[in-house]
Design a protein around this ligand. Structure first.
Ligand code: CDP
Length: 230
């Protein structure tokens, strides 16, 4: 059966990665979390002192982009791990420090150009599920299936809070909620590749949809798109 590209975009904490991973596993496709790539660049900027209490040295980050190598590899439990210049960074990219800076890093056209180029190479052989903010609009405008995920800000903040606070008393709900609102605004209003629903994307509002029902619905979309693909 013909392989397709599935582009999943949407607001922060709508469960894009969970759905994308489920689909990739079910279809035996490659899964790429494009947000993790922007997070890795942000971590790189922090670790190299381009982002500090003195501010954000965008020029130095842009000049260093050619020395940055991001790779996804499966670990022994079949989980996809992210490596930044050979160092495992899957957990380090999820901290609030990275979350607070990532939208500013992702707004730089030079950063986007560099990552979009890598992302397109990953789709050359199809059989790919990629999630992010501009996958259906910029990275793969011809993707056979485009999904735009959304849910209320409160539902999303509660989900992210549960995920982050697991045993960590320093995380509070208000901070998580504010970060979600801040990133929504920043991602939707930026000049370069703003978060937009592609005209031909199917909207998936999962505020009131459980994971099983969601997966069943999306699989029916996948099957429709596969049938339409010559
Ligand atoms: O935390 P969440 O899963 O919602 O976000 P993410 O997918 O890890 O992405 C982190 C940030 O990277 C987003 O808030 C965007 O600013 C940026 N991003 C982007 O600009 N374009 C993408 N294709 C993916 C992420």
């Amino acid at each position: 059966m013909k392989k397709i590209i599935i582009a999943i975009d949407g607001h922060s904490s709508t469960g894009k990665s969970t759905l994308a991973k489920q689909l990739a596993e079910h279809l035996d496709y490659i899964y790429i979390d494009s947000g993790a790539m922007y997070r890795a660049v942000t971590l790189y900027a922090i670790e190299n002192g381009f982002i500090s209490s003195d501010g954000f040295d965008k020029i130095r980050l842009i000049q260093s982009l050619s020395g940055l190598h991001i790779a996804f590899k499966k670990d022994s439990s079949n989980n996809v791990a992210l490596f930044l210049n050979g160092q495992l960074v899957s957990s380090k990219i999820r901290t609030m420090e990275v979350s607070n800076m990532v939208s500013q890093v992702a707004a730089l056209p030079e950063v986007r150009k560099c990552l979009v180029k890598e992302q397109r190479l990953m789709g050359l052989n199809k059989g790919l599920v990629m999630d992010g903010r501009d996958i259906g609009t910029v990275v793969f405008p011809d993707a056979e299936l485009k999904i735009f995920m959304t849910a209320s800000a409160k539902t999303r903040a509660l989900r992210r809070f549960d995920e982050l606070s697991n045993g960590d008393a320093s995380i509070d709900y208000k901070t998580v909620y504010e970060n979600i609102i801040f990133r929504d605004k920043k991602d939707s209003s930026r000049k370069n590749s703003p978060l937009l629903k592609a005209k031909d994307a199917r909207v998936l509002d999962n505020s009131k949809l459980d994971q099983q029902a969601q997966f069943k619905l999306v699989l029916s979309w996948v099957n429709e798109c596969k049938k339409e693909t010559p």
